[in-house]
Design a protein around this ligand. Structure first.
Ligand code: ATP
Ligand code: MG
Length: 174
């Protein structure tokens, strides 16, 4: 009888990756005099994706929140599960994004005028990469913001399907 090998290689815990990324930003958070709030739900199920790519999602979103929030502001990061989806959020109190700019935010090399005026640093590639990664993993990402009122990025990723061994799968077909 043929044994089916279940590939666990790409089962990733998004919360572990988030914790590691947050550690890396601690210096910048302190330097920018920012208040960081992190809320991570317990016992989150894994997602199926490349760990490096998920790391890059958190890194890009959190680095933007830090970069575009003036000193004394806040950055809130959360990760929850609902509806067979993981829901990640990065919410800052920074410069915000106009409705016009929101339409082009996830395209390569786009930087909004208020962001360019605030800092010259940036290639405008981060969010385009994030969107590609999220959509390849079957998820979605969007932003809610008003100019001067901070920005809230939300993404959803489907929870990894549990792989049943062949025998169990055959049982369920009877
Ligand atoms: P980099 O490629 O180095 O990340 P970047 O940060 O300018 O450069 P993206 O991360 O792709 O580029 O973001 C694109 C644009 O979206 C930014 O230039 C800015 O106009 C806007 N943006 C992204 N995140 C925020 C945020 N948290 N607050 C305000 N504007 C933002
Ligand atoms: Mg960026």
């Amino acid at each position: 009888k043929e044994e089916r090998v279940i590939d666990q290689a790409d089962l990733v815990n998004l919360d572990d990756i988030l914790c590691r990324v947050i550690d890396q930003f601690e210096g910048q958070i302190t330097q920018g005099n920012l208040h960081l709030m992190v809320e991570i739900a317990c016992d989150l199920p894994p997602v199926r994706a490349k760990p490096d790519q998920l790391k890059s999602v958190w890194t890009n979103l959190i680095s933007n929140a830090i970069k575009y929030t003036p000193p004394g502001g806040s950055v809130q990061v959360s990760l929850h599960c609902g509806n067979k989806q993981l829901v990640g959020q990065v919410h800052d109190s920074g410069i915000g994004i106009s409705a016009e700019a929101q339409k082009r935010l996830f395209t390569e090399f786009f930087r909004a005028d208020n962001a360019k005026a605030f800092t010259r640093q940036g290639t405008g590639l981060g969010l385009a990469i994030v969107k590609q990664i999220i959509e390849k993993a079957g998820g979605q990402i969007w932003v809610e913001s008003e100019i001067g009122q901070g920005a809230k990025f939300t993404f959803v990723l489907p929870v990894a399907e549990e792989e049943k061994p062949n025998s169990a799968r055959d049982e369920s077909l009877k």
